[in-house]
Design a protein around this ligand. Sequence first.
Ligand code: UD1
Length: 344
Amino acid sequence: MTSKKILVTGGAGYIGAHTVVELYTNGYSPVVIDNFSKSDRTLLEGIEKITGIPVVFYEGDCADKEFLKRVFKKEGKFDGVMHFAAYKSVGESVEQPIMYYRNNLDSLLTLLEVMKEQRVNNLIFSSSCTVYGEPDTIPVDEQAPFKKAESPYGATKQMCEQILEDVVKADQNLNVISLRYFNPIGAHPSAMLGELPIDKPNNLVPYITQTAAGIREKLVIFGDDYDTSDGTCIRDFIHIVDLAAAHVKAIDKLSEAGENKGYQYYNLGTGRGVSVLQLVKEFIEVAGIKLNYEMGPRRAGDVVKTYANPTKAKNDLNWSAQYTAKDALRDAWAWEKKISTSRK
Ligand code: UD1
C-alpha cells in the first residue's frame, strides 16, 4: 500500500516542521511548501537528521495560485492538506494589519480554490485559542463563543474559521478540522528541531531560552498585577511534539472511510493552567541556571487567564498531551544550547 501524501504549507516553520516528523514516523508522505518569509532551511535539515529522509520541498508562496497548481500537478493527487502557513505575531499584526489580513486570508482562500479544482477534500487548519478572546469560564471548551479578537492576528484566525465553515457547508465533499492551539512550547527531544525565531522572539519560551543563552539581556514578565494567584497571566503550555501528534490523529480521522465529516474543531491543550512566573521558575529549576528576569508593565492585548478543556480531542481523536511543561522546557533548553552554540 502506498503511503498517503499530505501537502504541508509552512512546513519549515516551528509547528509545521515538528508535524512533518510525526507524519513521516506514522507512515505518511509529507510534501512541504514554504516561502521562508519567517523561517529558513535549518528546520528542514533538522527533519532530515531525525527521520533520515530527504524532505520533499518546494519554495514558494501559498497565496501564489500558479505556484500551488504547479506543486499539485507535479506531485499528483494529495490525500490531504495541513495548512500552517500564516503570520502569527500578535504585536506585529497590530502594527501591520493589512499585511496580516492579506497574508493569512489570501493563503487560505487560494489553497481552498486549488484544493477544489484538484478535488482534494481533507484539510487540517492551524487555528488558535485566540479565537475565544478572554473566555468567561475556564477551562475553555469548544462551546465557548468567539469574543471580539484582541488583535488583527486573532481576527484572521476567527475569519479563517468562518470561511472554512461556510465553504464546508457549500461543498459536501470537503472535510475540515480546525485545531485550536493553546501555547505550544518546547522542542523535539532529539534537540535536532525547535523554535527558531528569525528576529527578536515575541513568545515567552524562546525569550526565556535566548536570555539564558546570553543572546538577550533580560526577560521582562509582562504584568504581575493580574487577578491570578501570583499576579502573572495563566496559559496552557503544550509540548510541541504533543501538538504535532494531534495533527496525525486529525488527518487519520479525515482519512477514515465513511460519510462526510463536515467541519470540526478541537482544542489542543493539556488542560492545566500554569502562570508565566511559575513557568519561569520551572525553567530555572530544569536548566539549573540563573535567569535574569524582572517584572514589567502589562502587554497590550494579553488575555489574563486561559487553559483548555481538551476532552473533545480525547474522545474524538483519541489524543491527549503526554508531556509536561517541564519536559518541554528541558527540550527547549537543549535545543537552544545546540542552536546558539552552532551560531557563535
Ligand atoms: C499569542 C496568541 C496565540 C498565538 C501566539 C502565537 C492570544 C491571546 N494568544 O499567545 O493565539 O498562537 O501568540 O504567537 O492572542 N510574556 C512575557 N514576557 C515575554 C513574552 C511573553 O511575560 O517576553 C508573557 C505574555 O504576556 C503572556 C505569556 O507570556 O502572558 C505567553 O505569551 P506568548 O508566548 O507571547 O503567547 P500568547 O500571547 O499567550
